[in-house]
Design a protein around this ligand. Structure first.
Ligand code: TA6
Length: 310
């Protein structure tokens, strides 16, 4: 096993500087030169944003942007199982719409910007490893003047992404580094490539639901009665206390297991005609934490997600 630690830091803000996002890491080339772990490479992604490429000796591949800490591609046998919307922008200003965006410290609309700020800022690469041909990286996000301008807490988020032969695993750990308690909601808003007319999700029968169709602002409580959930039109539904394992048949011939620990809830989403250009090509099956996670100072919350191709 080879492991190395890397941290890039931004220039200190002057006292007069206004909270703002820092949109670019300056040194992609410098970072590339300093990563010498097998099967982990820092490259220049779209919009010149720094991107980490993972290649496993077993043939699978993944791409992760530091902007948003967003996994945008997961390929097994050269087939990308994730989806990035054609309207996604890579300008370091808007979240990347696709792959596995983070929603933190808020899922959905609320007191701060929709789905929180974690998808809208640069994360840092703090570790890379290669365990018997399976590459892994750890990204870090800490509070900044920008995050504090909307959510005034000190926190540490560590996000480990590991690529195995047929599995992409992620572990998210949030630590309260403040002196006061805080609470948050969160999700991994996973976009799967799919044929929407053939895509089905199993494992949700019996869950309590909060259905945002027809009115996203007034979700209707209910219970999922179906063994097999399909996407016949607009779908935006929260499943509370979802099981630790769901199955997605993406309608393209692939069966993907979505396993988790501690995420507790799930969300299915397809925008149907409101995204006419691409709704037929993806479904979102999201692991989420809809109820508030409350952390005292020094406490942490950890959740894992394992996506496996059968
Ligand atoms: O997870 C489903 C959802 O919360 C929907 O309500 C929909 O708005 C979607 O996320 C996309 O959100 P975004 O802010 O990325 O456009």
């Amino acid at each position: 096993m080879v492991a190395m630690s890397l941290t890039w830091s931004f220039p200190p803000l002057t006292a007069s500087a206004k909270p703002r996002r820092v949109n670019r890491y300056s040194g992609v080339a410098m970072a590339s030169a300093s990563v010498n772990v097998d099967n982990v490479k820092v490259t220049q992604g779209l919009g010149d944003l720094p991107k980490i490429d993972l290649t496993s000796v077993h043939g699978s591949e993944a791409e992760i942007y530091l902007f948003g800490g967003c996994v945008t591609s997961w390929k097994v046998a050269s087939k990308d199982l994730l989806f990035v919307r054609p309207d996604a922008v890579f300008d370091g200003k808007k979240p990347i719409s696709g792959g596995l965006p983070h929603c933190f410290p808020q899922f959905g609309p609320g007191a701060i910007q929709q789905h929180g700020f974690a998808r809208n800022v640069n994360w840092s690469l703090v570790n890379s490893e290669n365990v018997e041909g399976s590459p892994a990286i750890t990204l870090e996000l800490k509070d900044s003047p920008y995050s504090r301008s909307m959510w005034d807490y000190s926190f540490l988020a560590l996000y480990k992404v590991t690529l195995h032969r047929n599995t992409l695993s992620t572990e998210l750990r949030i630590t309260n580094t403040d002196e006061k308690p805080f609470s948050f909601t969160t999700a991994l808003h996973t976009y799967f490539r799919a044929s929407v007319t053939g895509a089905v999700v199993t494992g949700l029968k019996g869950c309590k639901t909060l259905n945002k169709d027809p009115d996203p602002k007034n979700p209707v409580e209910g219970k999922e009665e179906r063994d097999i959930v399909t996407f016949p039109g607009f779908v935006d539904c929260v499943y509370l206390d979802a099981p630790e394992e769901l199955q997605l048949d993406n309608g393209l011939g692939d069966k993907i297991t979505v396993k988790n620990t501690n995420w507790s809830d799930a969300v299915l989403w397809n925008p149907h005609l409101s995204m006419e250009a691409c709704y037929k090509d993806f479904v979102c099956v999201e692991n989420a934490k809809i109820g508030q996670v409350e952390l005292e100072p020094n406490q942490s919350w950890t959740a894992t997600q394992l996506l496996s191709l059968a």
